[in-house]
Design a protein around this ligand. Structure first.
Ligand SMILES: [Zn+2]
Length: 271
């Protein structure tokens, strides 16, 4: 009896593994666990649903229905759960700041996606994407910083976001040097962490990608430390962001958000 059971189990396992090497259930559980942790720790009152997609692309997106999709390719690409939390919190940032809804409104009710830079794109395509629109680039900057807040409150290391974005942007330093917007995005995150979560910087982040990002950012950081004018400019910019953060926190925890207003309008338009 025991023998038959073992053979049966082995057979079933074989089928399972032969059919697919991708355990979508485990992947969904992983994404859901991190997503729920981020929502709960930050008292986010939105009903966000997390999904996984069986596609090899290194991609993730948030849509108008408050769904966050993480692709199989990205799940396999992230170093650890910290980096995955970076992706999920960035996408949550798009939802919380109403970016998907805003784009939906602009597209007359058609749900659009806000995706992170797709690593499969060519270098020039990434450059074009970065340069395409000031609004969407600002949206990326904003989603990154919201993501940093969400991560930190949930006990994740926000530096993991720098590590992941640097890796996703392609060949580490090379591509970012030709596309300064990429460096600006990393600098934006670094400055925000330095100002708001200084103790996290001392912890560092143990990845090759983070170390390479820091080699790139260090000259700018040093320059600021040695210039009163640049230090003041930095302080002022961060104080402005702090005010934005206060607004965002209120929005995040309120059920009657601007986002919900957009969402209701869209639902109405498309019904
Ligand atoms: Zn994004």
């Amino acid at each position: 009896m025991k023998k038959i059971l073992i053979i049966t189990l082995a057979f079933l396992f074989n089928i399972a593994f032969a059919a697919t090497d991708w355990d979508s259930e485990a992947a969904l559980k992983r994404v859901n666990t991190i997503g729920s942790k981020l929502l709960k720790a930050n008292n986010v009152n939105y009903d966000i649903n997390f999904k996984v997609s069986n596609e090899a692309d290194i991609n993730a997106y948030a849509n108008i229905n408050k769904e966050i999709y993480v692709y199989k390719g990205l799940l396999e690409y992230v170093e650890d759960d910290q980096e995955l939390a970076g992706v999920i919190s960035h996408e949550m940032g798009h939802i919380i700041n109403g970016h998907c809804a805003k784009q939906g409104i602009l597209d007359s009710g058609i749900a659009t996606v806000a995706s992170i830079i797709n690593v499969n794109q060519t270098v020039s395509a990434v450059g074009q994407q970065l340069a395409s629109s000031k609004i969407s680039r600002n949206d990326e900057f904003e989603a990154d910083l919201t993501g940093v807040d969400l991560m930190t409150k949930a006990g994740y290391n926000p530096l993991a976001m720098i590590s992941l974005l640097n890796k996703i942007s392609g060949n580490y330093i090379d591509i970012l040097q030709t596309h300064p917007s990429g460096k600006k995005r990393l600098q934006n995150i670094y400055d925000y962490v330095e100002y708001n979560y200084n103790s996290k910087l001392k912890l560092g982040y143990n990845s090759d990608s983070y170390k390479k990002a820091m080699v790139m950012l260090q000259p700018t950081i040093d320059k600021r430390k040695n210039s009163e004018r640049l230090a003041k400019k930095y302080q002022k910019a961060q104080q402005k962001l702090l005010k934005k953060k206060e607004k965002r926190t209120k929005k995040m925890q309120g059920t009657n958000s601007i986002w919900d207003g957009y969402y209701t309008t869209l639902q109405y338009l498309s019904s």
